[in-house]
Design a protein around this ligand. Structure first.
Ligand SMILES: [Zn+2]
Length: 433
């Protein structure tokens, strides 16, 4: 960081703070607060209400939306961007990504074969691809053993050093020895770092959680259940990794710092206990029971289903019995969650899927019974609520941050158009045109 050059011990803290604000300002891509841009559109998508505002003009001043509507006057001296053949909607949000892994992670173990600096550079490339795909905000829901690289990436984007979506991050996920996020299969005498922070007692849970807070995490990610290989196919019960008391401890300790918890939880007792304990979101959840879905409605718990990632990468491959059981259940649970009114967000597990393919889950959500409008709402309005950013993002509204994308077709009729984003503006800056 440039400002650290000025911050020797002989300089006062106040002076350092002044430089900290001033020095990176030269690098940061902060739009000139006086600059005015007017965007002509074929239609602005009102994602809250699932309708179009045809012929609307959006006026952006600096990094905020100043006016939206059909009768809006274009201010004198404004830069005009003509998107009059395109549909404009708010920047999309992916609430479940892993910028620090690539889809070959299972065959090319990044902990064994890649340095964390190299993984961080991969993260820079992933972030760029994600932004260019129209996803202007992401919740990167653990670094998969890349320690604090997600915090570095988040801050470097914020400081304007590299380009990417605005990020909330979860650093190291909390798991258990012998469960998920372990480097399995190596001889016991070989000691290697793990994919998650393995915590096997209340004291270890508190210790790792506080360390993550110290280094700047936005979320705590808890592996409440194991992974797919831990599902008992006889009764479809996933491995519960923590006791109910331990799950409550994670939520209450995170809450003391004002930090929300995201629980990787497929279903069964552990998912129910996580909802009861007050986690903000359930990730994946393809085995969630009816009582848990009902409790999620009661508690306002968000569900981020990540459907596509549980299908084989090769669409023509014959599914295993396990894959078939999991994906069939996902479809059933999705239908029930929709029927009872669970708050369903949008997330992909990008990283396990190629970065930049973040629009991949829209089609599955529609196939499973959501309207296109509801699927778009999940990736905008609902995710902005999940991330507590709904005052700033999620809709094209006066006063909100100018995160805007444009596509060639009407996404309320065909979510497929979201895979071909033609224009990207984040924070008032145009990144793709
Ligand atoms: Zn994930």
């Amino acid at each position: 960081m440039i400002h650290s050059l000025f911050c020797s011990r002989s300089v006062s803290v106040l002076l350092c703070l002044l430089f900290a604000v001033a020095a990176p300002g030269a690098l940061a891509q902060v739009p000139d607060s006086r600059a005015v841009t007017a965007i002509r559109t074929k239609a602005v998508v009102d994602v809250e209400n699932g309708r179009l505002i045809e012929g609307a003009v959006v006026v952006v001043r600096g990094n905020r939306i100043e006016a939206v509507g059909v009768d809006v006057q274009i201010p004198a001296g404004a830069t005009v961007i003509d998107l009059s053949d395109k549909y404009v909607l708010p920047g999309l949000i992916d609430a479940h990504t892993h910028e620090l892994i690539t889809p070959d992670y299972a065959s090319n173990n990044p902990i064994l074969y890649k340095s964390i600096p190299y993984r961080t550079i991969e993260g820079v490339a992933a972030a760029r691809a994600t932004l260019m795909a129209g996803f202007t905000t992401i919740r990167d829901i653990d670094s998969e053993g890349a320690d604090w690289a997600d915090i570095a990436l988040r801050d470097a984007i914020e400081d304007g050093l590299v380009i990417g979506p605005r990020m909330q991050v979860a650093t190291l996920a909390i798991s258990i020895t012998g469960g998920y996020m372990n480097n399995d299969g190596l001889a016991p005498q070989i000691d290697v770092p793990q994919f998650g922070a393995l915590a096997d007692s209340p004291a270890e849970i508190v210790k790792t959680l506080r360390q993550q807070v110290k280094y700047g995490t936005d979320w705590i990610k808890l592996y409440a259940t194991g992974t797919t290989r831990h599902i008992n196919l006889e009764n479809m019960e996933p491995l519960p990794q923590f006791t109910d008391d331990e799950i409550r401890l994670v939520v209450s300790e995170a809450a003391r710092f004002g930090i929300p918890v995201a629980a990787h939880a497929y279903g069964g007792h552990a998912a129910h206990a996580a909802v009861e304990a007050g986690v903000r979101s359930i990730e994946h959840g393809m085995l969630l029971g009816d009582a848990t879905l009902d409790l999620m409605v009661e508690r306002g718990t968000f569900w981020v289903p990540t459907i596509t990632v549980y299908f084989p990468a090769n669409a023509d491959a014959k599914m295993t019995e396990r894959e078939k059981a999991i994906t069939d259940s996902h479809r059933r649970v999705f239908a029930r969650a929709l029927a009872v009114g669970v708050r369903i967000g949008y997330g992909t597990d990008a990283g396990a899927l190629p970065h930049g393919d973040n629009a991949i889950d829209f089609a599955k959500m529609v196939e499973y019974g959501m309207t296109p409008a509801a699927a778009v709402r999940a990736a905008t309005v609902v995710n902005s609520e999940l991330m507590n950013l709904n005052n700033e993002l999620g809709t094209v509204e006066v006063g909100k941050l100018a995160d805007l994308i444009a596509v060639d077709g009407n996404p309320l009729e065909d979510v497929g158009v979201l895979s071909r984003v033609a224009f990207v503006m984040k924070d008032g800056i145009v990144y793709k045109r």
